[in-house]
Design a protein around this ligand. Sequence first.
Ligand code: ADQ
Length: 764
Amino acid sequence: MRAREGTVGSNPTPSATFAPLGSGGQSHKLSLLKQILVSKIILVSNRLPIRVKNTKEGFKFAHAAGGLSSGLDSFQKSGNYLWVGWPGAYIISSLEKKARELKKKLISNFNYYPVFQSQKEIENYYGGFCNSTIWPLFHYFSKTATYNKSFWQSYKKVNESFRDAVLENAEAKDTIWVHDYHLMLLPALLREKLPNAKIGFFLHIPFPSFELFRLLPQRVEILKGLLGADVIGFHTYEYARHFLNSVHRLLGLDHSLGQINTGERIVKADAFPLGVDYEKFNNAHKDIKVQTEITKLKRKIGNRKVILSVDRLDYTKGIPQRLEAYSDFLERNPLTHDKVVFILLAAPTRTKVEEYQVIKKQVDELTGRINGKYGNVGWTPIWYLYRTFDFTELAALYSVADVALVTPIRDGMNLIAKEFVATKRDGRGVLILSEMAGAAEELGEALVINPNNKDEIVEALKKGIAMSDEEKISRVRLMQKELAHYTEKWWVKSFLERLEEIRCIQDNLKKKILNKDSRDNLAQNYAKAKKRLLLLDYDGTLVTFAATPEQAKPDKDLLNLLSIMSKDTKNELVIISGRNKETLDEWFGDLPLNLVAEHGAWIKEKNKEWDLVDNISSDWKKEIYPILVRYVDRTPGSFIEEKDFSLAWHYRKVDPGLGMIRCRELSATLNGLTPNFNLQYLEGSKVVEIKSDQINKGRATIGFLGSKKWDFVLALGDDVTDEDIFGQLPGGAYSIKVGLGSSKARFNLKSVRDARALLQNLVI
Ligand code: ADQ
């Protein structure tokens, strides 16, 4: 986000909600601040949305606008907030007298809480890891990205100082909303100290595809950092999908509709496209200052058509490519000479980073060359302005422009495109927009171009300049309808609502998690009981999933635990699994326990032989097997497991995206076929299983329940097939789902480790 010179002026009035704090010690003021801001929103971003000037008369402040600060403007006007961030580069140590003075002013006047950074940190964290590693990599400039250990050390350190600043201010009920790529470790750092805090994170730049993200040496740490949040927001679904894919590939965590189960919590990744303050831009023409500016501009422009572009001077924005395309346009359309003017606004940015110095030189030279080649005494083809512009100037330029040329090579969103369309009150404007900008997902009526295709840009310019008013208006109106709805306020609201929703889901899950009291109660009842029935699923309950079914063998500790439990004469232990009977025999055949194989098709009671529960047909297998073979052929890494009365198609080793698509296709195919054969298909964890609908774990459960009068029943299971067990249990039984997620079970346990600890605890 680019700071823009603002209109707040040098003597800001205190915010309406918070009076300046009275005199007294700093700590007193801070605790007072804490009291006032009960249940507030703590916004955290690298930069505070303010420009500070240290003058002889004291500090002067100017509002610094940018994507983030305009998005969050609504808070500043009405909300109960505290904004934590860096106030600017020139104060080096927080111990300086000046720093203390500035801190006092920022808190009392704006509710801004400063985080100071040393010069070295600014160089290595901001210039280094943020803008020489993450920024280029996340914008697909992988060759420009530099990987340097000291950049990373500094990034960690600064993220920790932001954590400390938030901790100094956070109260239990607060919502903490962290912004952007500078602070990707912060959610987890906060979660460590505040396990129950409500934390959101929003990324303002693209999240790259896995192929790019995997290049980052600290990729795992970054993902774990982000997963400390409850909701992780992106501008587009594409970016959210890339993130989810990386989480799966690097951390092995799956998701369901963007909800990731970390084992500890549910985290939601979702798209929240940032909009603009539509009313403000759409009504800008009423502003007398804007009108004056428009008149001045029109006088200078005359009858020429105006092409406008506005950016920070960043290599991701495609400015040289755009200039080359404009040059070609002039070359191929000599009649347009002196009839068009290209106003190129470029705001200085990150001027100390080498790549930015290179791009500046390139743009300076190109502009000079084009103006020299095509211009004449009365006409300069490019008006190149290298500075920031305030709202009045920008609104006037948007108003007079006929065409906005927005051609980033990559851009998280791009608000310029939206601001231009919103300002076009009369609808007479053409937006040429790069398909690589997040905004292209919403602004389909723009002339969408590939920024690397010069010819396409030239054609779009030609088309745009010649476009009839009727066509312009119809395109702009459609885009305005979208923009008027999806504003920056909508963005804030929908993000915060989603955060509440996910907290609600988490709370409901938490309520069902077997807490200490229920655990003690279970242990007491177990100890008292003389006839206990213990029904235990195997995969995902007693052991975690492995790449292939054979690899999930019981380990020594587990065999030891099951041995102790099954040898206790008060216990009737049943392993109730979807596995085939041979495997269960091989693993547990020596123990005095009961085995249920293939979801209940086979039962082997203690000291007896395997018994087939029903006269079950398996004739259907010859029809279904060839279908599964076709899926194996089309899906590298998948395989079929054949059991006596069921078939399973496993895709754990398949590329996650492909696996998901094929799983859906297979389910759709089976959906049409299974009723003809009285079959049931189940989607398990990376497996689709087809079995006769006569068998299920519930029937086997009924059999064991009815065999005695039990005074303690415990069932543990993790997936959909275990719901049939839970559904058959009497009221007082302990039914426990292993893993977070909804279930008929009375309780949840977070993990296999917790399930095993529970059983272990019963036998000591
Ligand atoms: P930026 O890369 O800064 O932000 P952008 O969305 O184009 O990109 O601009 C943000 C704001 O800065 C806009 O309100 C715009 O008016 C202002 N701005 C940009 N250039 C300016 C100039 N030359 N003079 C004056 N003002 C200017 C990052 C991401 C984007 C994402 C935003 C918001 O890179 O992809 O859209 O954050 O999330």
